[in-house]
Write a protein that binds this ligand. Structure first.
Ligand code: PEP
Length: 251
């Protein structure tokens, strides 16, 4: 079902002690309600502790920032979806542009990660988005359509309904440049219409589509007021408790 979600992607920030302090600060400032799901995505090694901290708090969930595509084996340094799930984590970010760019993750690999996440009852938050070159060349819709098709459209409808989509234009991530409401709504509407073509109206209307890219306490309200924007995937601003909570209160 379509949900309102604000997810904080901490990336490679915070020691364990700092991370738990941030969680405590967020919990102190938040109302306990599940109208808006607040998802915290800390580094792998914090997952179990953060999941333990929020497990009895209504409306809070935990996400990993990635998972490996294989179930187990000789993959030094990697973490499987089953291991992530075993910490009490229920969500996993897959296909973040930093993974695509710095770790060479391609569509085929990302589709495998999505499958592995779903097989282990993790909810994938699947990221996609165009570069500035794509937008300037007016091929941004084509790029996002291909990412959707390659990463998600092999899923059976019952599996697709579990996925959350995050539109994150690469040019807006960590840059301080936010998509305008016109750009965000335009792309979210396009994504929903592509889902409609593939899976039908009911599924497309029920798909949660988040916006990510320099979303902050000042611009969240305007972005979330867009018809097809169901919340945000937030990087930098999720590292400050008051900002993260203000964003979660922006619906
Ligand atoms: C992100 O990393 O997913 C992100 C959206 O980062 P920022 O909010 O810092 O642009």
């Amino acid at each position: 079902m379509r949900k309102k979600i604000v997810a904080g992607n901490w990336k490679m920030n915070k020691t364990l002690a700092e991370g738990l302090q941030l969680v405590d600060d967020i919990l102190k400032l938040s109302n306990e309600n599940d109208e808006v799901i607040k998802i915290i995505a800390p580094p792998f090694i914090h997952l179990a502790s953060v999941a333990e901290r929020v497990k009895s708090v209504k409306g809070f969930e935990v996400a990993a920032q990635d998972c490996h595509q294989m179930a187990k084996g000789a993959f030094t340094g990697e973490v499987s979806a089953e291991m992530v799930a075993s910490t009490g984590t229920r969500y996993v970010i897959i296909g973040h542009s930093e993974r695509r760019t710095y770790f060479g993750e391609n569509s085929k690999l990302l589709a495998q990660k999505v499958a592995s996440a779903l097989a282990n009852n993790l909810i994938p938050i699947f990221c996609l988005g165009e570069s500035m070159e794509d937008r300037n060349a007016n091929v941004h819709l084509e790029t996002v359509k291909q990412q959707l098709k390659d990463g998600l459209f092999s899923l059976l409808p019952a599996d697709f309904t579990k996925v959350i989509v995050a539109y994150e234009p690469v040019w807006a991530i960590g840059t301080g440049v936010t998509a305008t409401t016109h750009q965000a709504q335009g792309m979210h509407n396009f994504i929903r219409s592509e889902i409609n073509k593939k899976y039908g109206k009911v599924i497309s209307e029920n798909t949660t589509i988040l916006y990510g890219g320099s979303c902050n306490a000042e611009n969240a309200k305007e972005l979330f007021s867009c018809l097809d924007v169901d919340g945000g995937l937030v990087g930098g601003a999720s590292l400050k408790a008051s900002d993260f909570v203000a964003i979660a209160n922006s619906f």
